[in-house]
Design a binder for this molecule. Structure first.
Ligand code: AMP
Length: 430
């Protein structure tokens, strides 16, 4: 859990603005939910390991509650308890979530997630739209080299069935497969052996992985092992997603079907997604998928849903590591510091600051009334680009002195048009 000082916050606010703009451009509506949920709502949704990471406690009324672990379960609760919402219901939410993890690079205990979700349709177009949003968000942030990995839980289920592995053994197999990126094929084979899965089964598993996520080849694979309806539904969904992404201009170089991608959380039922970048190495930037039974777990009535969570903190880590901060982003929100020359001119400084604000400028008054050189030093420390000075001479002449802090250049402006002039000189807004 971290503090964010102003300079950091300015960048965070800019990124949040880009994400909100991308989300709203697809018609996702804003939603907010409380940080605290009933423990019953949170538990039993993510899987045993993840459940241990929920910050749960008893409140003063003796109720078992917990800090939200993600934004998906709170969204599911909102849909479950508001049946009057339109279908499909599309919302976005940017908010902090909490997990009692072991902190490390790119892994925090308090971090923001930025989710888009769609409830009320089984159409794979909805899954595809979530990925279009990821691509649109990354485009706004000037991220170029990323890959959205796509798989479908139904293919994993069908694969396990065709390997003759089921129940706990299948879950173990998926857990080991999930580590393929980290421990390689040999590592996965070792783990499978430890789990008691025979070598010929591992051979067959890697034979399937060698199909490289080619939809046609995966389809033939299942066809030659007896038609499998689960697999066919998975492949059909991935085909629709593929076509929709291409027709929407999401380049084939920014997504890939990856049969080894599993995703940790328990609630997925269909297509699953994860985004990674080559540089820097910090794990996934986004994760998500379809969860057609989660809302039903909360209301007793299934409502299909799909969504994706962008990891805000990791996006910021990437921006900072790759130097992708936009030009023109300042260190401070203040555009102009209005100095105070003396007690006699204080009224004029206050009036000038008010006029600047009325023109839409972010104007700060030098509150200490210190000596002028100190006020200038303060502006320079803060990175405030302009300083407006009104001394007794300017007061008489009806003028303002404007100092450009970068060049040290000073110009005189008529007091009456000073605000307009500053607005005119304003650097391009980002
Ligand atoms: P998840 O809800 O685990 O699927 O995570 C979705 C996204 O949230 C991931 O792709 C990460 O970008 C981000 N994320 C997950 N856990 C953390 C964490 N501990 N610290 C920072 N970001 C995280």
């Amino acid at each position: 859990m971290r503090d964010f000082l102003p300079e950091r916050m300015i960048l965070r606010n800019w990124v949040a603005h880009q994400l909100r703009t991308a989300f709203e451009s697809f018609g996702f509506e804003p939603l907010d939910t409380p940080a605290v949920e009933y423990a019953d709502t949170l538990k039993g949704k993510y899987g045993e390991e993840a459940d241990k990471l929920i910050y749960a406690f008893q409140d003063r009324g003796g109720r078992e509650v917990g800090l939200r672990y993600d934004l998906t379960v709170p969204f599911a609760r909102v849909v479950a308890s508001n049946p009057e919402l339109p279908r499909p219901f599309k919302r976005y939410q940017l908010a902090p979530v909490w997990r009692a993890e072991r902190p490390q690079k790119g892994r925090y205990r308090e971090f923001w997630q930025c989710d888009v979700d769609i409830a009320g349709t089984t159409s794979p177009l909805a899954d595809a739209e979530c990925l279009m949003v990821v691509a649109a968000a990354f485009e706004r942030l000037a991220f170029k080299r990323y890959t959205i990995k796509i798989n479908d839980r139904r293919l994993l289920t069908a694969l396990a069935a065709s390997l003759g592995v089921d129940g706990e053994a299948a879950l173990g197999l998926f857990r080991s497969l999930d580590k393929l990126d980290k421990i390689g094929e040999a590592g996965v084979r070792d783990e499978l052996a430890t789990r008691g899965i025979a070598a010929p089964i591992a051979d067959e598993l890697f034979h399937f992985m060698a199909l490289g996520g080619d939809l046609g080849r995966m389809e033939s694979y299942f066809a030659t092992r007896g038609t499998n309806a689960t697999a066919a539904a998975g492949i059909a969904a991935l085909r629709t997603i593929d076509e929709a992404l291409q027709a929407s201009g999401v380049g084939r170089d920014s997504y890939a079907f990856d049969p080894s991608m599993v995703r940790g959380l328990d609630y997925y039922t269909g297509p699953i997604f994860e985004t990674s970048v080559e540089e820097p190495r910090i794990g996934s930037l986004s994760g998500g998928g379809r969860y057609d039974t989660l809302i039903g777990m909360l209301s007793g009535r299934d409502v299909p849903a799909t969504g994706v969570a962008l990891g805000f903190e990791r996006i910021l880590d990437v921006i900072e590591e790759l130097g992708l901060q936009p030009g023109g982003l300042t260190r401070t929100v203040t555009e102009v510091l209005v100095t105070i020359f003396s007690q006699e001119t204080l009224g004029e400084s206050l009036a000038l600051a008010r006029d600047f604000r009325a023109s839409g400028l972010r104007a700060e008054l030098a509150l200490t009334g210190d000596r002028l050189p100190n006020q200038l030093r303060y502006a320079s420390r803060r990175g405030i680009p302009l300083v407006a000075i009104v001394g007794p001479d300017e007061l008489v002449a009806g003028e303002v002195v404007l100092r450009d802090m970068a060049s040290g250049e000073q110009t005189r402006l008529p007091r009456a048009s000073a605000a307009d002039e500053l607005v005119r000189r304003r650097p391009g807004q980002t």
